[in-house]
Design a protein around this ligand. Structure first.
Ligand SMILES: C[S@@+](CC[C@H](N)C(=O)[O-])C[C@H]1O[C@@H](n2cnc3c(N)ncnc32)[C@H](O)[C@@H]1O
Length: 286
């Protein structure tokens, strides 16, 4: 396990993932019934942008940095802005005062009400320890040091049944797309009513497309594909964009994401070939 998210935190992939995640969490909170959240690849939960690793990677500058440089960011992405502001009370329009970046566990923790539950899974020993320091001590949250693939089998379906699993692998292994595809289908079969959000990198667009279409043929429920390419996906050694595959997404999410996605494209997609995708991989039945 070489991947450490601190080097990449706040990049365009994180921005897309967390903007979409906040919409999913808001939809769950719109109903009083309790929900269960699972983050199968949690990371450390909370990041100091001044940390050595983050400064060395510096990817956040072209991600969250480029978004917040626009004084209109708060109006364009209100859920995201509110979360950042809660974590960085000194944050100002234009981006001054940004010091900490929220990982998915922190965003999920903020969404919990008294009866809601959250399971966080992180295998890396040091990152798991840091996660416990950042997010631990909350009776609503269980923190697990175990393999995500094994946890997806062991922890799903959750109680209560209503809820969301975020699957956000590091894609370190050559076969991780295939492996995660199989795990996704199995998780859905075990938890047919669950919402599942799978994040994936886009290096070469053609192979991602083939993978997604094969998954659709293998039995996905209604599934929405949300992607942001910051440049044409022709250089297979670069993170040209990323996407989320959303199984059983909430009603009207496709409509709600249109404006935020267009805004992210305007802020982050500065090179030729930049584009978005917001389409049903598997359409809901009328
Ligand atoms: C992309 S990062 C997660 C970022 C986090 N979800 C967020 O949005 O803030 C992926 C994480 O998965 C962890 N990881 C990698 N392989 C894993 C495995 N097999 N089981 C559990 N965690 C794993 C890595 O240590 C890393 O912290």
């Amino acid at each position: 396990m070489n991947y450490r998210h601190a080097y990449h935190v706040g990049n365009h992939g994180d921005v897309l993932k967390h903007v979409v995640l906040l919409h999913l969490l808001e939809a769950l909170r719109a109903k009083p019934a309790p929900f269960h959240l699972l983050d199968s690849h949690a990371g450390i939960g909370l990041y100091d942008l001044a940390a050595d690793a983050t400064q060395r990677g510096g990817e956040y500058r072209l991600g969250i940095g480029a978004v917040l440089a626009d004084p209109q960011a708060a109006a364009a992405l209100p859920l995201y802005w509110d979360a950042l502001k809660q974590l960085n009370p000194a944050l100002e329009p234009g981006g001054a005062g940004l010091r900490h970046y929220p990982g998915s566990p922190w965003l999920m923790q903020q969404a919990l009400r008294e009866a809601d539950r959250l399971a966080l899974v992180e295998l890396h020993p040091e990152d798991n320890e840091t996660l416990r320091i950042n997010i631990g001590g909350d009776a609503r949250i269980g923190i697990h040091r175990r393999d995500a693939y094994e946890a997806l089998r062991g922890l799903l379906p959750p109680t209560p049944r209503r809820g969301l699993a975020l699957i956000d692998p590091a894609y370190e292994q050559r076969d991780e797309f295939e492996r995660i595809g199989r795990a996704l289908l199995a998780a859905h079969r075990r938890w047919p009513v669950g919402q599942i959000a799978l994040w994936y990198p886009i290096k070469d667009a053609g192979s991602v497309d083939a993978w997604a279409k094969a998954l659709a043929r293998d039995g996905l429920p209604p599934s929405l594909r949300v992607e942001l390419l910051i440049r044409a996906a022709t250089a297979p050694d670069r993170l040209n964009g990323s996407g989320l595959l959303l199984l059983n997404p909430p009603w009207r999410l496709d409509q709600q994401l249109k404006a935020p996605l267009a805004y992210l494209l305007a802020r982050l997609g500065r090179e030729p070939g930049a584009a978005t995708r917001l389409e049903w991989l598997v359409k809901p039945k009328d």
